[in-house]
Each structure stands twice: as structure tokens, then as C-alpha cells.
Design a binder for this molecule. Sequence first.
Ligand code: AP5
Length: 208
Amino acid sequence: MKLVFLGPPGAGKGTIAVKAKDVYSIPHISTGDLFRENIRKETELGKKVKAILASGDLVPDEVTIAMVDNRLKEDDASAGFILDGFPRTIAQADALMEMTALDRVVNFVLDKEEIVKRLSGRRVCKSTGRTYHIIYNPPKVEGIDDETGEPLIQRDDDKEEAIRNRLEVYEASTAPLIDYYRQKGLLVDIDASKSPDEVLSSMVEALR
Ligand code: AP5
């Protein structure tokens, strides 16, 4: 199964992808996670994109497309994948069509008020990327990762100004992909306002 997860920041793409990858036995490929890993390891790519991610702007298409093209050539992606956070522009979507054919594009639908609540309450474990929410999905001990015991942090781009910018960037550059994929008959809309397990099962049902 070759899937793209589309939707505004904070809609729950990453949360559902972590569960869906086990349902379909395919890798979860998140461009945001790949960039953050490069930043953590202080690679050349990481140095180049650090300030861009903190502000909520998009990394230039050519950099992102090359990174995804390389990742999709790895063995584990040959039978399928969940692409989370890519494509985010029409140019990226056109490039992806050249790389491979998709089965479906899942569009996670959530209103703006709920998006802001989810993003401002998100906390992450820096070393593993595991995601929590202070109200909806709290860790067992406040501020501490359940498995590693490390302190949880707030992503730089989950601060108020960056959230506002990410929403504007989403509307301007990424929302047009909804029509792009609808016209190709690939789009499946999923109500992302329910609990993660409910969102997952409605998606699995819709993809059946
Ligand atoms: P990326 O990491 O992809 O950020 P994003 O798209 O903004 O997505 P998020 O990770 O913020 O949200 P999500 O939908 O995965 O929500 P989550 O599951 O965490 O990208 C970061 C940056 O990298 C970009 O801004 C850009 O700079 C760069 N970048 C990445 N891809 C790029 C590309 N293709 N081109 C150019 N630049 C690119 O959930 C959010 C919160 O809600 C969590 O706290 C979670 O616990 C909670 N939650 C989730 N689901 C539910 C639910 N059903 N009920 C209650 N709470 C829930």
C-alpha cells in the first residue's frame, strides 16, 4: 500500500501513521522527522534547515524532493509506505508522481481551533521523537518520556508565532493539493476530530 497522509499541522498525521504502519506492515516516512533527525545529528542538511523548521516555513523543494527520492529507494519502501508531510507543494506532488504511483491519499480534516489546541499542548521526546499531549495523551509522569525517562520538550515550531506561520504556509502551499489529488480520484477525507483509535479505524475502513 502506497499512501500519502495530507492535512494541516497538528491534524494527527504522525499519531495515526505510527499505528497504521503496523496495520499495513509498511514504513512510516515523515519528512519532518527526517529533517529533525538531521538537525539532532548536526549534519550539513540539518544545519541548512534548522532555522527554517523553527520558523515553520517550508524547506526548499529541491532539497526535500532529493531527500524523499533517496528514502523511497531503500529496500523497506519497495512494497509500500506512508508518506507523512510530503508532498507539501504542487512541485513536490509532481515530482512524487515521477518517482512512484500512489494507491490513496488520506486527507485528515480538522478545524483550526482544535489544531491550535493540539499543537500548543504537544510535547515530544527529543531522542526518540515520541509524541504526547498534555491533556489528550499525557505521559505517565508529567514532563517525562514513558520509556527513556528523558525530559519532554516543546518543539520550537509549536510556539504561538510559528504555529500561526505554519497554518498560513499550509493554506497557501499545501491545501491546493486537496483538489490536486481529488481530481486524480485518489483522495479519501477522514474526520480527524475523534480519538486516535477511532480515526485509525475509520481510515482502515475507508481504505478497504
Ligand atoms: P512536520 O513534522 O511534518 O510538521 P506538520 O505537518 O506541521 O505536522 P505535525 O507533526 O505538526 O502534526 P501531525 O499532523 O503529525 O500531528 P501529531 O500526530 O503530532 O514538519 C515540520 C517542518 O519540517 C515543516 O514546518 C517544514 O519546515 C519542514 N518540512 C517537513 N516536510 C516538508 C516538505 N514536504 N516540504 C518542505 N518542508 C517540509 O499530533 C499533534 C498533537 O495532537 C500531538 O500532541 C498528539 O498527541 C495530539 N493528537 C493527535 N491525534 C489526536 C487525536 N485524534 N485526538 C486528540 N489528540 C490528538
